[in-house]
Design a protein around this ligand. Structure first.
Ligand SMILES: Nc1nc2c(ncn2[C@@H]2O[C@H](COP(=O)(O)OP(=O)(O)OP(=O)(O)O)[C@@H](O)[C@H]2O)c(=O)[nH]1
Ligand SMILES: [Mg+2]
Length: 462
């Protein structure tokens, strides 16, 4: 399966801290750790999972290096399913490097990113959804993301997939029964039942696919794009929501050229705001490139915040903003409410703006509280709207979505073949393809390439 050599890496981030952990895993992990470490006091041999204070020494020169706690976790009841040893040393940059180097001198190989978790998967300690949940737990930026990662780590997604898989197996069993009685005529009522069960299963696969947006938003935050014509107050709005002068604000139109992304905490789910270049037709070449980026940011967003300058009469650029804002949910701000109104909500509506409109003043911050509340409510709604009775299980990765789509297509092909009266062996081929697709989610069936992609997300020592 893999070369089971012994690997070593710091399990704690680089930098200085009170404590750091150097982790070893593999057949020689315990032996190598013990060769570097000597207990401070005589006593019984170190028991599994016991923490004992000792001294780390350079085995070649005998020179003391640090005082550290050692714990050993013999296979298979360990993080990776292999022998594991953990040295809790002092958290110095040099110190950690030195201890890792000593372990390497003694025969351990520095670990690749995610290699410990990968071994845990390869040894059947966790499945791929649980491995991904560990990465999500570490990256979580809020309570909602934490809860989702913990549910996935407890196997919620794997269980849901297993339930769907069991129904595919049941469909296959129906076909097997037909194969066994193949000398009799095709049993039409049984085919109708097959199709009904397959359709119900397809609906549940679709429902799980539809949790992707919620899963992604909870994990990564919702993306809101701020659009408007030049000088409308988009950058002022970003700065106001962030509470810092992140973007340049000037009275000169066309100040923002590139997309500026920042995250704000407005509720349990973070909101990623993108300030963009103002939309207008007669732009210089640099602005044109900026406007291209605005359109791309809008295409990838979940929400739109359309900013209109109420102190200036309607201009054609406002129509462009209305057109771009028609694609997504969101809200419109009639900004600069401190100045005499030249553009009204009624006029914007008459021109086709469908988003709710709020009067706003980015200069003084009037309406900020209400805006934050509205945005938080919209994010919650986005995260819940696809919660089609699926409890809180959600898929979180494109990988999951693609696998479910493949399973759905294969199931549709099976239903079509069944309805067309094809022999059961032929229908079974599609059912098996659907099963394989589901198995790819948990990693029961996988390839090296897929594993490389998944574990590349991890850092060294995870
Ligand atoms: N009076 C008033 N001025 C505002 C308000 N909001 C923004 N401004 C001013 O409008 C000008 C443009 O603001 P920006 O935030 O840079 O506008 P923008 O939409 O980012 O502009 P571009 O980056 O050029 O597309 C600045 O001088 C701001 O101080 C407001 O509510 N009232
Ligand atoms: Mg700007």
């Amino acid at each position: 399966m893999y070369v089971a050599d012994t690997i070593v890496a710091p399990a704690t981030p680089p930098g200085s801290g009170a404590v750091a952990i150097v982790r070893l895993s593999g057949p020689r992990a315990i032996e190598i750790a013990r060769s570097l470490w000597r207990p401070l006091r005589k006593g019984p041999t170190l028991a599994p999972r016991e923490l004992r204070l000792g001294e780390v020494r350079d085995p070649k020169s005998g020179a003391p290096v640090d005082r550290a706690l050692l714990a050993v976790f013999p296979a298979p009841r360990s993080l990776t399913g292999e022998d594991v040893a953990e040295l809790q040393c002092h958290g110095g940059r040099y110190l950690v490097r030195r201890i890792v180097a000593l372990a390497a001198d003694a025969g351990a190989r520095p670990a690749e990113p995610g290699e410990f978790t990968r071994r845990a998967y390869l040894n059947g300690r966790i499945d791929l959804t649980e491995a991904e949940a560990i990465a999500d737990l570490i990256d979580a930026r809020g309570d909602a993301a934490l809860a989702q990662a913990l549910a996935q780590l407890s196997g919620a997604l794997a269980e849901r997939v297993a339930g769907l898989r069991a129904r595919l197996i049941a469909l296959r069993a129906r076909l097997e029964a037909e194969i066994d009685f193949s000398d009799e005529d095709l049993n039409l009522p049984s085919r109708a039942e097959f199709a009904r069960a397959a359709d119900a299963l397809a609906a549940d696969l679709r429902a799980l696919i539809d949790t992707f947006r919620r899963g992604r938003i909870v994990r990564d935050g919702a993306r809101a794009v701020i659009i408007g014509k030049p000088n409308a107050g988009k950058s002022s709005l970003l700065n106001l929501l962030l509470g810092s002068d992140r973007a340049i604000v000037t009275p000169i139109p066309g100040a923002t050229r590139d997309v500026i992304e920042e995250t704000v905490a407005i509720g349990p789910i973070p909101l990623v705001l993108a300030d963009t270049a103002g939309l207008r037709a007669e732009a210089d070449p640099v602005e044109k490139l900026g406007i291209e980026r605005t359109r791309r940011a809008a295409a990838g967003a979940d929400l739109t915040i359309a900013v209109f300058d109420s102190s200036r009469r309607w201009e054609p650029a406002d129509d462009e903003v209305i057109a771009l804002a028609a694609r997504l949910p969101g809200l419109a701000l009639l900004n600069k409410s401190d100045l005499p109104p030249m553009l009204t909500a009624d006029e914007l509506r008459a021109r086709g703006l469908a988003l709710p409109i709020m009067e706003f003043c980015a200069l003084a911050g009037d309406g900020l509280g209400a805006l934050r509340e509205r945005l938080a409510a919209m994010v919650e709604e986005l995260a819940d709207s696809s919660n089609s009775g699926d409890g809180h299980v959600a898929i979180t990765r494109e990988r999951h979505r693609a696998a479910l789509e493949t399973a759905l297509e294969a199931l549709a092909a099976a239903t079509k073949a069944a309805n067309a009266g094809m022999p059961p062996e032929i229908v079974a081929v599609d059912i098996m393809a659907a099963t394989d697709a589901l198995d790819a989610i948990t990693g029961a069936v996988t390839t090296e390439d897929v594993l490389d992609l998944i574990f590349r997300e991890f850092c060294i020592g995870k």
